[in-house]
Ligand binder design. Sequence first.
Ligand SMILES: [Zn+2]
Length: 252
Amino acid sequence: MRLSEVTWTDVRDADVDVAFLPVGSTEQHGPHAPLGTDALNAVAVAEAGADAYEGAGDGQGADRGEVAVAPPIPVGVAEEHRAFDGTMWVSPETFRAYVREAAESLVSHGVDRVVFVNGHGGNVEALAEVARQFSRDDAHAGYGVAFTWFDAVGDHASDMGHAGPLETALLRATNPELVREERVEEASAGAADRWGEWVAGVNLAHDSDEFTDNGVVGDPREGDAERGAELLDRASASLAELTAAVVDRDAV
Ligand SMILES: [Zn+2]
């Protein structure tokens, strides 16, 4: 169920196993992809993952309850894209507090398992800390983990850039009207080959405009809708597998 579309009585009467809290960002994604890419993709994976968990192709779905898919958190830790117009961000401190408190509010209704479904690399570190704090907090007694979709797509993961093949592919499969196809050539021509400027294992660049002029890393031409559908399948299967383990895990 999508929390923003059901009623409180629906939630009261439902058998909810776990909540998914999609977490995105509002930040540049090159000239061809929307600022909201990370939240759009996180929501797409969360909804497909919820279907996969509830329907469970492994034959165990009949015993399972529902997933409550929360509305996405749209602004994250993204100051690295501050040079590009329209990008928004909050500090890691604000982000952690907001996401954690949002998750804790679900525990008060008995939904004590939460998977943070993330679509933005800049959120990873902060979300890992949120999941730890959420799980260790005896006052709320919840358990949560953070899941980042592009880390859960098998051998595709090495192609993750920024607004590159993977993110563009998933958008083409799930929100194709939002990809400016007529700008994909331009996006590709101005793209960097890799994220950052690395010396001795250290990234010298703190901001993305130091290594990409148009905000793109990787070639968005290499991410068609067919690849996007495969990414969605892989990410949602991974999320369903993870969710089953989170639900079955004894409370910490
Ligand atoms: Zn992104």
